[in-house]
Design a protein around this ligand. Sequence first.
Ligand SMILES: Cc1cc2nc3c(=O)[nH]c(=O)nc-3n(C[C@H](O)[C@H](O)[C@H](O)COP(=O)(O)O)c2cc1C
Ligand SMILES: O=C(O)C(=O)c1ccccc1
Length: 360
Amino acid sequence: MNGGAVDLTAASTSEALDDIVNVRDFEAAARDRLNRVHYDYFASGAQDEVTVAANEAAFGRRALIPRVLRGPGAPALETTLLGQPASMPVLIAPTAFHRLAWPEAEVATGRAAAAAGVIMIAAMLSTVTVEDIAATGAKLWLQLYVQPDLAFTESLVRRAEAAGCGALVVTVDSPALGRNERGDRNDFHDLPPGMRCANMGGDGHVRDVVLSPEISWRHLDWLRRTTSLPILLKGVLHDADARLAVEHGADGIIVSNHGGRQLDTTPASLDRLPLIADAVAGRVPLLLDGGVRRGTDVAKALALGAQAVAVGRPVLWALAVAGEAGVRRLLELMRGELANAVTLLGAGAPADVTRDQVVP
Ligand SMILES: Cc1cc2nc3c(=O)[nH]c(=O)nc-3n(C[C@H](O)[C@H](O)[C@H](O)COP(=O)(O)O)c2cc1C
Ligand SMILES: O=C(O)C(=O)c1ccccc1
């Protein structure tokens, strides 16, 4: 599309999907369609993008060992996370600004999530309100950057509760914005005219969002007292912080480096997972995101201690290629690959793949 009008006809979207065979195929197709500056916003990471590369490479460095002759039958992919049933242990990670990818924005993503029965974590910085995303019928969680204006933060929590969100995901890896040099070169620092951060007050400018270095465990304690929704902390990489999260009443942890967009040169999230799983010792569910592109990646993460994974950029690429139909196709591909991987591993369910089946 290159910044021009998007062709929304069913024929054009299905044609756009014709050559898509796997999750990675979406990126090249999206790159051809997206405005270059917006492509860079989605694809980029912090500084040298060392961590972006590390996330996918970490999956590549691990090998899978199948078990044989167990006769487990067709794999059951369904799972329950924090009391919520989902059709598979793959969630949509929160990513900002879906309208840069597709006009119907987060509504298209929500419809695809609803059709697939997967949990969508909507970003606080969505370009459609959380109420309008909830109206798609998707199983919805809301991601928050705790704003120092606690009255505003509380109003957003109340909106999430009223909209039927099943959990809050508090992003804790962002006491400041990471240094995004592609964004600097492109001078991309706010949304184009006609797009806004729909959940935020005022004009919904990106510059009005506060990523504050003063946010602390006291804020989490406040949030814990303020809502009975389950709270997950997203962006934990240190095992001591995982223990603190449990002590402060978090209901879940997302092991994540924000897709390599915050502190560059952190390890791959997968490389931190076993240590954090040992620290948490099953007290709360663990999720992982960063570099998940294959069904085998999902199997590896689950074997190393996660209950589920989330995917970020692939959803944006799929949205840019074909809107709701693109994200549906993406989720179908992930489901098919996960079922195949679990079967070939000799397991009856993703959670039955054991730690000894993943080796360096
Ligand atoms: C374009 C983009 C925007 C993002 N926006 C947010 C956000 O608003 N809040 C948040 O917690 N994480 C955000 N993330 C991080 C994702 O939730 C997730 O951690 C990451 O994308 C996972 O890595 P992957 O893209 O390799 O799957 C964003 C990621 C991307 C690529
Ligand atoms: O781009 C991001 O990853 C993100 O989380 C963010 C944070 C603040 C403003 C805009 C995007």
